[in-house]
Design a protein around this ligand. Structure first.
Ligand SMILES: [Fe+2]
Ligand SMILES: [Fe+2]
Length: 284
């Protein structure tokens, strides 16, 4: 990252700290003794989060509307991994979640995009096998664009120029950012470092638009890269106005075109569920 950008980021004193609940869940994910009881304890420390988890468990989608009154019941209904991911997602929304709107790009749109990429990454990981941990891929998908929230908050004048460049060159926003010399991937990697996220997580944040540069973390970056392209194509949440024609299928994933079609079908089937449960959790 250019030193001038580091200086600008250091000056920006509004960088959010890592949400405490997210920190606790990431620790849990690494612990072998992780169980429903420990997860329940984390949720109980945060009443707002607890209320949101109950709201989701009571949504019609899960078929137990109005019957879930305890966190332990919610964990049974939603599933252990699902709840872990919800906690990470919801605590990130709390950290970044003011409802800003910048030239048509809203915080909510960016979140729905992240949640879509998380889901698509999990589905791709399941299909690719290769020793991927689908749950970990979900978390990576949630985090991949965290730099965008900082970019939109802290560099508004630059974003205006980037948006203009995007229109002039009819290119994706990430390409316009690179041309302007300020990329959400670099900003996100800076935040990931501040938050002391794992090396692998940091690689994904930095290289999800160019997985080949990621060295040994290339396969994970490739999962998120493919998931990101699919969500833009399917317009899940915020999507680029100008997109390349096809979808680049990274060789490192050893997936066939048919596999990608299957994943697209699954994402389409999950699309409504995604926006329903998360939109209500976001308060929208
Ligand atoms: Fe991105
Ligand atoms: Fe993205």
């Amino acid at each position: 990252m250019p030193p001038s950008l580091i200086k600008r980021l250091e000056k920006f004193d509004d960088l959010p700290p890592m949400p405490n609940t997210m920190h606790l869940v990431l620790q849990e994910m690494e612990s072998i003794t992780s169980n429903s009881k420990s997860l329940e304890k984390i949720i109980m420390q945060d009443p707002v989060l607890a209320a949101k988890i109950l709201k989701i468990a009571n949504s019609p989608f899960y078929g137990a509307a109005g019957q879930v009154n305890s966190i332990s019941h919610a964990i049974t209904i939603l599933g252990f991994d699902e709840v872990k991911n919800l906690i990470i997602g919801l605590s990130l929304i709390q950290a970044f979640g003011d409802d800003s709107n910048f030239n048509g790009v809203t915080t909510k749109g960016l979140w729905l995009h992240s949640i879509g990429v998380a889901t698509a990454s999990m589905l791709i990981a399941k299909r690719a096998g290769n020793g991927f941990n689908p749950d970990e891929c979900f978390t990576m998908g949630l985090l991949h664009d965290i730099g965008r929230f900082i970019l939109f908050k802290a560099f508004r004048e630059d974003v205006e120029k980037i948006m203009k460049l995007q229109e002039e060159d009819r290119c994706p926003l990430s390409v316009a950012e690179e041309k302007h010399g300020l990329s959400h991937a670099e900003i996100g990697a800076y935040l990931a470092q501040k938050w002391k996220l794992s090396e692998k997580m940091m690689s994904v944040v930095r290289y999800h638009h160019r997985p080949k540069s990621a060295g040994e973390d290339e396969p994970y970056c490739a999962v998120i890269y493919l998931a990101d392209q699919l969500c833009h194509k399917l317009s899940i949440g915020w999507a680029n106005k100008w997109l390349p024609k096809g979808v680049m299928l990274p060789k490192s994933l050893s997936l066939k075109k048919d596999d990608v079609h299957e994943v697209v079908g699954e994402i389409k089937r999950k699309k409504d569920e995604l926006s329903d449960s998360w939109a209500s959790a976001m308060g929208g």
